[in-house]
Each structure stands twice: as structure tokens, then as C-alpha cells.
Design a protein around this ligand. Structure first.
Ligand code: TXA
Ligand code: MG
Length: 318
């Protein structure tokens, strides 16, 4: 395991150093448009095992593979005509598709935790694509945070959680979307496994069918393996849908509310609120607040992803 974590710059030199470390089987965090991912060579068992070790992630929780283009995706998964239509509509971008894994795929079996499906996406962030092309292979990458903690949207967040445990972080500044990708399972009838950066409504428009919302937080029957209820957890307890905070609570506002210490979007813009969400939770952690109260957020569009993460942040800790 790396003892020192290098911070690499978003230029040719930084990309080369990152690709070299990846070729040696090391883990390198890099920015996507959603959150920072903890990348490793998806075809190298030892490299993939290092991801699970660095995050202390249960190894039954499979990882997402990142590729730079559809041709590359096609070498690892079977893409039906209808899946191709969705891929073309939303890739590159914050959508992960779960598809049947090709037989004899070079992807390490550790990536998909023994399942015969594979979660895959083409990220939109130019630096992520540049890294995939410089490295020249598929990268397995979960969010670059210790398992169960808040996902990182800056290189600083990555360092706070994983410094000394990973070889390097490629610093590309803050992520533009701010929550993880939406996960759509297309191995059977379309199933939404995780709300995220592409809204359910946008997917339904394209698919021409209604998607049921992922089942509410429930540890006995997780939707996607590893989607356990307590997650994204700041250190302080979190209370949701609060219009009147009690004296010990620090208010994380949404909309024109009074008394908010931080506000996700004073103008009630859900895109802005999504981009600010994890940064605000990290900041409240740093401020060592006693308790967090959050204003109500509408359950439409990106609001569904925000509320999903907030419900997990507020869930009883295991
Ligand atoms: O935006 C994102 O998706 C970020 C960036 C780095 O790309 N990555 C990310 O990875 O959020 P992670 O590991 O935090 O979440 C991956 C999710 C997990 O809930 C996992 O259970 C699910 O994807 N998953 C992976 N492979 C799967 C499969 N074959 N079937 C069902 N769910 C799967
Ligand atoms: Mg994660």
C-alpha cells in the first residue's frame, strides 16, 4: 500500500504519471463529472483488490468499469439494440448501465463480485477520458471515499479520506454534477437501481416506459449489491425535511429559508443543489457541528438523487 499520496496536476505530465502508476497496479483517484473515482486497472486482480483494501469496501459490492468509448464498452459487455440507443443518448455522461458480461472478458472477476453482469459507463469529464486514453485500458472505479463515508467532489476530499492509502490523486478541481451516476439495469426489463446524475424522468422519456423508483432504503433487500442504508454519513446525526431546526442543529438550507448556515441553492435550483451537496456535508463535518438539519427538497428530477443520498446520510448507523 502506498505510504505517500501524490497530488498530480491536470496536464500531460500528471496524466503520464497517473497512467504509469495504474500500469504498475496502483490505485489513482481521478475526477469524473459525478464524483472522484478510485481507479485501478480493471483487468488486474491485484490492482482491483487494492481498491477494496484502500476503501475497506466489502468485496461483495461490485465496481463500475469506466471506458472511453462505445467500441471499448462493446468488448466487455453485450449491448443489445435497445441498450445501444440508451448508450448513444446518454453517454458520455452520468449514467451507468448494467449489461451482460461477455464470456472470456478480460475484466477481473473481482470487479463484478462474481456476477455475470457488469456495470459500465463512459464518463463525460474530459480529464477522465484523457486518463482512460493515456492508460489505454478499462478502469474499475468506485467513489474515492472510505466505504460508508461521504463521496468526494474535490481532490481535497479524496485526501481527507484516503491519504497514505492510495498512490495518487489527479487534481481536476470540483466535479460538475456532484452526485454519482444513475444506475440502470438492462439485463432484463429496465430497472432503476440507483438515482443519480441523470433523472428518472429523462430515462423514461427515452425508454418510453415507466421505471419504478428504487425501493426505499432497506438493508434486508439491497437493490444493487452493496447499496446499504447507512452511507454518505457525516459524523453528526442528520434530520431531514426540517422547517424549524431545534437549538443544537445546524441548518443546511434549500431555497429562501432563514437561519441556514449553508444553503444548497437559495434559488431552489436542483442542479446547483446537487453540485453543492457532498461539499456541504464535508464542510459540516469539518465544522464539527453537533447535529445537521436539512430543509425539504422536492422529489423530482435530480431531487430524487439528492434525497436518496440524504436519506442514507440520515439512516441509523450500523
Ligand atoms: O458516478 C459514479 O458512478 C461513480 C464514478 C466514480 O463513476 N462511481 C460510483 O461507484 O459511484 P460506487 O462503487 O460508489 O457505486 C457502484 C454501485 C454500487 O452500488 C454497486 O453495488 C453497483 O454500482 N453495481 C456495480 N456492479 C453492479 C452489477 N453488476 N449489478 C448491479 N449493481 C452493480
Ligand atoms: Mg460510492
Amino acid at each position: 500500500m502506498a505510504s505517500e499520496t501524490l497530488v498530480l496536476s491536470a496536464d500531460t505530465n500528471g496524466l503520464q504519471q497517473a497512467a504509469n502508476a495504474l500500469r504498475q497496479g496502483q490505485c489513482v483517484a481521478f475526477p469524473t463529472e459525478t464524483v472522484y473515482g478510485l481507479g485501478a486497472d480493471a483487468t488486474n486482480d491485484a490492482a482491483v483488490a487494492r481498491i477494496f483494501a484502500a476503501k475497506e469496501r466489502p468485496n461483495f459490492n461490485p465496481l463500475i468499469v469506466h471506458v472511453p468509448d462505445l467500441d471499448s464498452a462493446n468488448t466487455f459487455v453485450e449491448i443489445s439494440d435497445s441498450a445501444r440507443e440508451i448508450a448513444i443518448a446518454f453517454w458520455p455522461g452520468p449514467l451507468t448501465l448494467v449489461l451482460p458480461k461477455r464470456a472470456h472478458s478480460k475484466i477481473s472477476p473481482l470487479v463484478s463480485a462474481g456476477l455475470d453482469s457488469l456495470a459500465i459507463r463512459i464518463p463525460a469529464a474530459p480529464l477522465a477520458v484523457a486518463l482512460l486514453r493515456t492508460f489505454g485500458g478499462p478502469l474499475a472505479a468506485p467513489s474515492a471515499n472510505p466505504s460508508g463515508r461521504i463521496s468526494p467532489t474535490t481532490a481535497q476530499h479524496v485526501l481527507e479520506g484516503l491519504t497514505g492509502r492510495i498512490a495518487a490523486v489527479l487534481d481536476g478541481g470540483p466535479c460538475s454534477v456532484g452526485v454519482e451516476s444513475t444506475i440502470l439495469d438492462l439485463t432484463g426489463p429496465p430497472r432503476l437501481l440507483r438515482p443519480g446524475g441523470i433523472s428518472r424522468e429523462a430515462l423514461e422519456d427515452r425508454l418510453g416506459v415507466a421505471l419504478s423508483a428504487p425501493a426505499p432504503v432497506n438493508d434486508t433487500r439491497p437493490n444493487a449489491p452493496g447499496q446499504l442504508s447507512s452511507h454518505y454519513a457525516p459524523k453528526a446525526p442528520v434530520r431531514l425535511n426540517v422547517t424549524t431546526p431545534v437549538p443544537d442543529e445546524t441548518l443546511l438550507g434549500f431555497g429562501p429559508v432563514e437561519g441556514a448556515t449553508l444553503n444548497l441553492s437559495p434559488s431552489q435550483n436542483l442542479t446547483e443543489a446537487t453540485a453543492n451537496l457532498f461539499g456541504a456535508l464535508h464542510k459540516l463535518d469539518e465544522m464539527k457541528v453537533a447535529a445537521i438539519a436539512v430543509s425539504p427538497i422536492p422529489e423530482v428530477g435530480l431531487g430524487a438523487a439528492i434525497n436518496d443520498r440524504l436519506r442514507r446520510a440520515a439512516a441509523p448507523r450500523g
